[in-house]
Design a protein around this ligand. Structure first.
Ligand SMILES: Nc1ncnc2c1ncn2[C@@H]1O[C@H](COP(=O)(O)OP(=O)(O)OP(=O)(O)O)[C@@H](O)[C@H]1O
Length: 309
C-alpha cells in the first residue's frame, strides 16, 4: 500500500504561553489535494512549518512521503516543495538565474532546469521576462515564479501557504491550472492554506483549525450538504427582534452585525410565504445555496455546529 502523503499524530507546538497547535492528528492521502483552513492565528502556518521540517514540534510525530520528519529530515525534505507567503526568490537575480540557482540547490542538472524553465515561461506567458530581474516583475509574475521554484524538483508533497494572496483572478487561475497540471502529470499531493474558500472547494478534503485544534474535517461537498439545503439571509436594523421571532421556526442564526444567516434543513422550505410576511419589514431577504464560506462561518461560531464535528 502506498504511504500517506502526510501523517501526523498528536502534533503540538508551544511558544511560551501560547499553544499554537494543539494535539493535531491528520492524514493526507497520497495524491490528494488537502485544504487547511482557519482564521488568522489558528495555527495553519505553524502546522505547515512543522510538517515541512522547518519547526520542531513540542510533542507529536510526523511522516511525509513515508519518512519520519524528526528522524529522517533530509529524506523527507527532498520530497517536499514549499511555497510560503514570503518569497524565496532573490530579487536582484533574473528569472532564469533564480531557477538555475534553485536547481543547483536541489542538485538538478542544467538541462533539466532549462527544460522546466522553458515550460514555465511558456505557461505563464513570461518568455519575454527570462532575463528580467525579479525586482522588476509584477506581483503576479513573482508569485508564479515562486511556485515554479517550489516545484522545480518535482516534489511528491507540495505545501502552499496562501499561494494566491493579493493576485488578480487571471493570475490566480493560471496558478491553479499549473498546480492542477503538476498534480495530474506527477501525482503530486498538495496541502494548501487559503483564505479564498472558493479555491478550497476544489480540495478532495478540508480540515478546519481553531485555536490550534482540529474542529472539523471532510469533503467540501459533504460539509456543505451537512450544513443545510439553503441559507436564508435577512438584513434588518432589528436583528435581536428577528432572532427571537424566527429561531423557534428556523433554528438559531449566525449573526453578523445587522445580517442574520439561517441554515435551512428543509428541502421544501416555503420561501414565498416567509417573503410575503417579511418583505416590507426587513431591508433584504434572500434564499441561496450554501457554500464553503458558510461552513467556515458556522465552524467559527463559538457555539456553532462546528463544535460537534
Ligand atoms: N515564532 C513564534 N513565537 C511565538 N508565537 C508564535 C510564533 N509563531 C506563531 N505564533 C503564535 O501561534 C499562533 C498561531 O499562529 P500561526 O501563524 O500558525 O497562525 P495562522 O493560522 O497561520 O495565521 P494567519 O492566517 O494569520 O497566517 C498565533 O497566536 C501566533 O501569534
Amino acid at each position: 500500500m502506498q504511504a500517506s502523503a502526510i501523517e501526523c499524530r498528536g502534533l503540538t507546538k508551544q511558544y511560551g504561553d501560547v499553544r499554537a497547535v494543539n494535539e493535531l492528528t491528520l492524514n493526507v492521502a497520497d495524491g490528494s489535494f488537502f485544504g487547511l483552513l482557519g482564521p488568522n492565528g489558528s495555527g495553519k502556518t505553524t502546522t505547515i512549518h512543522m510538517l515541512s521540517t522547518l519547526a520542531r514540534p513540542t510533542v507529536g510525530s510526523i511522516r511525509v512521503a513515508g519518512y519520519d520528519v524528526l528522524k529522517q529530515p533530509v529524506q523527507a525534505r527532498a520530497c517536499i516543495g514549499l511555497v510560503f507567503q514570503e518569497s524565496a526568490l532573490d530579487r536582484s537575480l533574473t528569472v532564469a538565474e533564480n531557477l538555475h540557482f534553485a536547481g543547483a540547490l536541489y542538485g538538478l542538472d542544467a538541462t533539466t532546469v532549462e527544460q522546466r524553465l522553458a515550460e514555465l515561461l511558456d505557461l505563464f506567458d513570461l518568455e519575454s521576462k527570462r532575463e528580467v530581474r525579479v525586482a522588476a516583475l509584477s506581483g503576479g509574475m513573482r508569485r508564479a515564479l515562486d511556485i515554479a521554484r517550489g516545484v522545480l524538483h518535482r516534489p511528491r508533497v507540495l505545501f502552499l501557504d496562501e499561494p494566491t494572496i493579493g493576485l488578480d483572478i487571471i493570475n490566480r487561475r493560471a496558478i491553479w491550472r499549473f498546480i492542477s497540471r503538476l498534480r495530474q502529470e506527477h501525482g503530486m499531493s498538495v496541502l494548501l492554506t487559503t483564505h479564498y474558500l472558493e479555491e478550497a472547494e476544489g480540495c478532495d478534503e478540508v480540515a478546519f483549525l481553531r485555536h490550534g485544534q482540529l474542529i472539523g474535517q471532510g469533503q467540501p461537498s459533504d460539509l456543505i450538504r451537512a450544513l443545510g439545503h439553503y441559507i436564508l439571509e435577512i438584513e434588518t436594523d432589528q436583528p435581536d427582534y428577528y432572532i427571537e421571532q424566527l429561531s423557534s421556526e428556523l433554528g438559531t442564526p449566525v449573526q453578523e452585525d445587522e445580517r442574520l444567516l439561517f441554515a435551512i434543513q428543509d428541502e421544501d422550505f416555503q420561501f414565498g410565504a416567509l417573503q410575503q410576511r417579511l418583505q416590507h419589514e426587513v431591508r433584504a431577504l434572500q434564499l441561496r445555496k450554501p457554500d464553503l464560506n458558510d461552513v467556515y462561518i458556522w465552524r467559527n461560531q463559538p457555539t456553532g455546529k462546528g463544535e460537534a464535528a
